[in-house]
Design a protein. Sequence first.
Length: 173
Amino acid sequence: MTPTHRGILTAVAVLAAASVSLGVAPQASSKDPPRPAPAPRPAPRLEPVAETRLLMEGLNQANFRGLEKLLKKEPADADAWVFARGQALLIAETGNLLLIRPPKNSGEPAWMDHASDLRESASKLARTIAKHDYEGSRAGLAEVANSCNRCHKTFRTAVKIEPFAEEREKEAP
């Protein structure tokens, strides 16, 4: 074998080793049987698993009250602002969860509107909190409460959300 042939064989061997190490495999020959395509997986269905009341008490109300406590006075550090933003986002996500459980009656369009309104008002609150805007955050929390109350009024729920009610009671003569 001539030095030129050895050089060519060495180059081919190096290229082959490099293609294997890089995951570039040679194409299957036309003699290989085709591999069957994997069976398509069905798309997961969105199914409510918790009662709406649990969402309201465990997620919405708990995070609303937590925000209310955090916003009694201006948060002192970045961690408090981050935590507050997270609570607002959890309220927004509750809106998403409400969207997958509309009533199966004539109230469905109103439900969808109110759930979307909750998601939007809480998302807007999260963006305001991210800017460390204290007064805007308090106003945003009041708007989230208004969103809740509009829905409760439509569906005749006897729960009224009043942000910072304790502060107003203490200020009253």
